[in-house]
Design a protein around this ligand. Structure first.
Ligand SMILES: [Zn+2]
Length: 354
């Protein structure tokens, strides 16, 4: 084979031409295109993973640029999934990306996972920032028998682990729920928004995670990390915990088969997200005609429609003045300038529709 762009990777005995071919035929689902998702997606696109599904609900913000390596200043305000896909297309046009602007939730998780290829992905990478979504991803991984690469980073600490099938089997697992019984109560854990995050921690965690993904996708299953790795890049501490003994023979998910998060009723219709903003999910399916909505909103403020969303602010209204609306094609909305889900829901009904 000539010295193509993967030459230095094919030189590795563990990969070779056969491993490279397997990467080309692989599909990785990356849930969340924040710091971790960006860094892992970049590595996998460069490695030549054939199909990448990129899911994210948020828009690029200036405070993301410190660590979210796929984005630049010109992309502030763009949906992250789109900005990431555009960047990756410039990195490697041989990789097919499937950007999905959505809140990954029980209603859409299965269909998003299979959208790109019609079948289950070959690996799922955790780029989320919350345990609710992680438990949902774990349910999906257990149901479809797909390896789930868990990762987290906050402050100066990072954590990464590979949860692999056969889940629930004596020699297999554990799954995430064997290790963590339930998500911590909301608000009990530090987040990057409240505690900050050291950029290099992201690179370490995503590097380990992408390395495990490459092992899984090339079929080097005996080489996949058997431990949960946890470290603090500031305190210079590091520990590893063997995963196999953490398998719970009574695990509700991988042993008893209840997919409580995947089969849960649709997410809360309105949830606080970030500072001074509430996300409202549509009650129906079928999406929304943004141009028609812009027309209806003309009397209420200034709004613009871009390729992927409508955004603007209410002006001159006695009670809602300067409330910001960002509405996506699937009907989801971010309502800014408040932190009350009930009020956000009523603003949604008033300006966007029930
Ligand atoms: Zn389990």
């Amino acid at each position: 084979m000539p010295h193509d762009r993967y030459h230095r990777q094919r030189l590795l005995p563990g990969i070779g031409d056969a491993g490279q071919q397997r990467l080309t035929e692989s599909h990785a689902l990356i849930v969340g295109c924040g710091a971790l998702g960006c860094a892992a997606a970049d590595l996998l696109a460069r490695a030549g993973v054939g199909t990448l599904t990129l899911v994210d609900r948020d828009l690029v913000e200036t405070t993301n640029l410190q660590r979210q390596v796929l984005f630049d200043e010109s992309q502030v305000g763009e949906p992250k999934a789109i900005a990431a896909a555009e960047r990756l297309a410039r990195v490697n046009r041989g990789v097919r990306t499937e950007p999905v602007i959505a809140d990954f939730n029980p209603t859409n998780a299965r269909s998003i996972a299979t959208r790109a290829t019609g079948g289950a992905p070959d690996v799922i990478l955790d780029g989320t920032d919350n345990f609710e979504t992680r438990f949902l991803v774990n349910d999906l991984a257990v149901e479809s028998g797909v390896p789930y690469l868990y990762a987290g980073a906050v402050g100066t600490r990072g954590m990464v682990a590979a949860f692999r099938p056969p889940f629930g089997a004596r020699e297999g697992g554990p799954c995430l729920r064997c290790v963590f019984d339930a998500p911590p109560p909301p608000g009990s854990q530090p987040t990057c928004d409240t505690a900050g995050v050291l950029g290099p921690v992201i690179s370490i965690v995503a590097g380990v995670q992408a390395g495990e993904a490459i092992k899984v996708l090339t079929g080097a299953h005996d080489r996949v990390r058997p431990t949960l790795l946890e470290f603090d890049a500031w305190a210079n501490t590091r520990r590893t915990i063997e995963l196999a003994p953490m398998r719970d023979p009574a695990c509700a998910c991988c042993v008893r088969g209840s997919l409580d998060y995947l089969d849960a009723p649709a997410d809360q219709p309105a949830t606080i997200c970030g500072r001074d903003a509430v996300q409202v999910l549509p009650t129906g399916e079928g999406g929304i005609d943004l141009a028609a909505l812009a027309e209806r909103l003309r009397a209420h403020g200034s709004f613009e429609v871009t390729r992927f969303l409508l955004r603007g602010a209410v002006e001159g209204d006695e009670t809602d003045d300067r409330i910001g609306l960002t509405v996506f094609r699937d009907g989801r909305a971010l309502i800014s300038g408040l932190d009350d889900p009930v009020r956000a829901r009523s603003i949604y009904a008033k300006y966007i529709g029930a």
